[in-house]
Design a protein around this ligand. Structure first.
Ligand SMILES: [Zn+2]
Length: 429
């Protein structure tokens, strides 16, 4: 390991803890951890260190996206046969690896991946972890465990869920337990369960969720669930899942159960916002949910987030980047924060803490990363604009001066012309 320190001098420190920004003298990194913040330690040999001058800039923890999919087959590459992305695992892995690099170069140093095809995400995670390639920290699930009628049960019953699908049909608790064992054998960090697409019916019973939780926890894997409906949210909280994704239709009693369980919610408003902002430009074949219904879900989520916070339920920030053509990698990972500020009553500083300190939970690294203080893992970004003055400057990596992940400066040289993220217009064309 390189023993020379990495020192970020000057600048305004937003440490991720929620504390007000302060002028900082030196952030010192040794190995992959933060050694000190505040005054430059007198014993430190600056001429032996790598020094980054952040005068006039802002220093904060690297962003974490608590909901990002790398292996759904997006983006579609020009010339690639339609719909073939996920049916060719080899090509899919290479696309996922490239997408992961794009995510990191946008200042996102960690992602939670709640579902994908094959074991693509596990493979990319390990390639990054073992130093074969650069990329964000990844915490990932495999294919979502579903029943007939759940989201990702897209084929007729006589076809089932092919191997290249995002879901895997398990129509009994025993089948679910077997699938948990298979996925744990292949190295998932957590198991993703999924209820119906929009929560209109509950497709997984509480007993089945509990069976999955018991087996996964015994094997030291966590459990998350796609749950828009009230019934499944309540059942999931009572059955002991570790976090809930969406929870759009939860009522007061359901949220009481979530608060009682002490688990966070990842509302994921960005995907809904992107559809609504496009105002009908995407057809049913693209979004698979009625736009009016999505508007009701978005409005409902504003209330859910408010009610959840008033109960002390932690809200995490996830975007669903990579789940569709108009959710490009590297672009939207901080859009959830803009939505929290604009619609849900968060201050920009609170929103930043959600995407850093709080989202560390979704990486399995709570208390280890996401706050800039001595002893924490060194994931840091430096910006040339103040994100507290305008939370939108965190989007798309446009205002990044520097990215440090796991104590190492990330080269942004790859962010060349061909690597410019897909714009909404290109994606929709
Ligand atoms: Zn998703």
């Amino acid at each position: 390991m390189d023993s020379a320190a990495l020192v970020i001098r000057n600048g305004t420190l937003i440490d991720g803890s929620g504390k007000a920004p302060v002028r900082n003298d030196a952030l010192v990194i040794e190995g992959n951890r933060i050694k000190s913040v505040g005054r430059l330690p007198p014993e430190l040999q600056l001429d032996a260190a790598e020094v980054i001058d952040a005068t006039g800039q802002w220093i904060m923890p690297g962003l974490i996206d608590a909901h990002c999919h790398l292996s759904y087959g997006y983006p579609h590459v020009k010339g690639e046969g339609r719909g073939r992305g996920t049916t060719r695992p080899e090509f899919g892995v290479l696309k996922a690896a490239r997408s992961a690099q794009r995510v990191l170069r946008a200042g996102v140093t960690g992602i939670c991946v709640p579902g994908g095809t094959w074991f693509t995400d596990v493979g990319v995670r390990d390639a990054i972890r073992l130093g074969l390639m650069e990329g964000p920290r990844m915490h990932c699930a495999g294919r979502m465990i579903i029943t007939y009628g759940s989201i990702e049960d897209d084929e007729p019953s006589w076809v089932g869920t092919p191997e290249h699908g995002v879901g895997v049909l398990c129509n009994s608790a025993q089948d679910m337990v077997t699938e948990v064992r298979r996925q744990c054998k292949h190295g998932v960090d957590f198991v993703k369960l999924a209820d119906s697409r929009s929560g209109d019916v509950q497709t997984i019973a509480r007993e089945e969720i509990a069976a999955v939780v018991t087996e996964a926890h015994r094997r030291k894997a966590r459990v998350a669930i796609h749950s828009r409906g009230a019934g499944s949210t309540r059942a999931a909280a009572e059955a002991g899942v570790d976090w809930i994704i969406h929870a759009d239709l939860a009522g007061p009693a359901d949220l009481d159960a979530v608060a009682q369980a002490g688990i966070p919610i990842v509302p994921t408003m960005t995907f809904l916002a992107m559809v609504l902002e496009a105002s009908g430009r995407y057809g049913q074949d693209v979004i698979q949910m009625d736009v009016n219904r999505m508007k009701r879900h978005f409005d409902g989520l504003i209330g859910v987030v408010e009610q959840a916070r008033s109960r002390g339920i932690r809200i995490l920030a996830g975007t669903d980047t990579g789940n569709n053509t108009f959710m490009p990698f590297g672009e939207l990972h901080a859009k959830e924060l803009e939505i929290f500020v604009r619609y849900c009553g968060f201050t920009p500083l609170e929103a930043i803490s959600v995407a850093t300190r709080d989202n560390a939970f979704a990486l399995g690294l709570a208390g280890e990363v996401g706050v800039l203080e001595a002893g924490k893992l060194a994931d840091v970004i430096v910006l040339d604009r103040d994100p507290v003055a305008d939370i939108r400057v965190l989007q798309g990596g446009q205002h990044l001066a520097c990215i440090v992940k796991d104590g190492k400066v990330v080269s942004r040289a790859g962010r060349a012309a061909e690597d410019v993220p897909l714009t909404l217009k290109q994606a929709a064309a």
